[in-house]
Design a protein around this ligand. Structure first.
Ligand code: ADP
Ligand code: F6P
Length: 319
């Protein structure tokens, strides 16, 4: 393999830049020619492919976002569009493609490989942590730390005013950001799409707690776990508390990556390039604890994400 390309796709995630840097530097160090692709599959279809060198990735290790930019490209779900993308790579003599993105992006990479023989390696990059085959995805740790910062700030003011705070966090269909931030931030309640909950019971508990002198609480509400206005109304009516609602939104997607995400980026990027060099393609990289592994892309995508109920139960004991 002599020429490879890298793209970032789907929602950006902190650590993507550090990962691009790792891929570029590792590949160049091994004598490969490296190309970047602008704005994910959109740029691949539009043939926006450009050479990169070791200087292209200077001063980016600490920056959130992605210098390659990202996009959602719905047309890529059509095989005809994927043919254009594959032809663009083949015309430039690019033999390997690294795709950094979430479930959808890696599904796109698999299709490109299955249908048009492109050698792909997928790197899990999404704040959602919704890929089943890996313990962690790139960006998750930073996003959770951002939520923790918000919980700390909210706790200060909620305690001063005896209020209840509902903090809505991202995750699409996955409650991991809410779960990890809730545990580490000491949230009183964690509402996730994977576990049913009784908001009336929670509101009654908040009322009882208030009567016993515990006057402030934090409820973490994961995206997809219920309507925030309805929850706010039930909690304020039943508990009599002053309830404030905050949506953290895209703040969670940016910011300087944590040590954990930078380390994961370095290891994932290096492993992905090694796989391409060894001719082990149509793989994804992932981590189990500190160990980095690779797996067949089809097998990885066929795994169903399970929610960690033990952690969830632990959170309710500790809160
Ligand atoms: P993520 O990669 O973070 O899960 P999306 O689900 O939005 O984000 O997917 C990102 C992009 O991956 C989509 O815009 C599309 O270009 C591509 N993609 C998603 N699903 C598929 C699919 N089933 N087949 C081919 N490409 C897909
Ligand atoms: O997949 C990452 C994510 O931030 C999800 O948590 C969220 O549901 C979605 O992307 C938001 O997408 P957009 O940036 O297109 O609004």
């Amino acid at each position: 393999m002599k020429k490879i390309a890298i793209l970032t796709s789907g929602g950006d995630a902190p650590g993507m830049n550090a990962c691009i840097r790792a891929c570029v530097r590792c590949a160049i160090n091994s004598g490969l020619e490296v190309y970047g692709i602008d704005r994910g599959y959109k740029g691949l279809v539009q043939n926006k492919i450009f050479p990169m060198d070791t200087h292209s990735v200077c001063e980016i290790i600490h920056r959130g976002g992605t210098i390659l930019k990202s996009a959602r490209c719905l047309e890529f779900k059509d095989t005809e569009t994927r043919k254009i993308a594959a032809d663009n790579l083949k015309n430039l003599g690019i033999e390997g493609l690294v795709v950094i993105g979430g479930d959808g992006s890696i599904t796109g990479a698999k299709a490109l490989s299955d249908e048009y023989g492109i050698n792909v390696v997928g790197i899990p990059g999404t704040i959602d942590n919704d890929l089943a085959y890996t313990d962690y995805t790139l960006g998750f740790d930073t996003a959770v730390n951002t939520v923790l910062w918000a919980i700390n700030a909210l706790r200060d003011t909620m305690t001063s005013h005896d209020r209840v705070s509902i903090l809505k966090v991202m995750g699409r269909h996955c409650g991991d950001i809410a779960l990890y931030a809730g545990i580490c931030g000491g949230a009183e309640y964690i509402l996730v799409p994977e576990v049913p909950y009784d908001i009336q019971k929670i509101a009654s508990e908040i009322k009882q707690n208030k009567e016993r002198g515990k006057t402030a609480s934090i409820i973490i509400l994961a995206e997809g776990a219920g309507n925030e206005q309805d929850i706010k109304t039930v909690v304020s009516v039943i508990s009599g508390a002053d309830v404030k609602f905050t949506t953290l939104g895209h703040v969670q997607r940016g910011g300087t990556p944590t040590m954990a995400d930078r380390m994961l980026a370095a290891k994932f990027g290096t492993k992905a390039i090694q796989l391409l060099i060894e001719g082990k393609t149509n793989r994804v990289v992932g981590c189990k604890g500190k160990e980095i592994f690779d797996m067949n892309i089809t097998e990885a995508l066929s795994q169903k994400k399970t929610f960690d109920l033990d952690l969830y139960k632990m959170a309710s004991v500790l809160s």
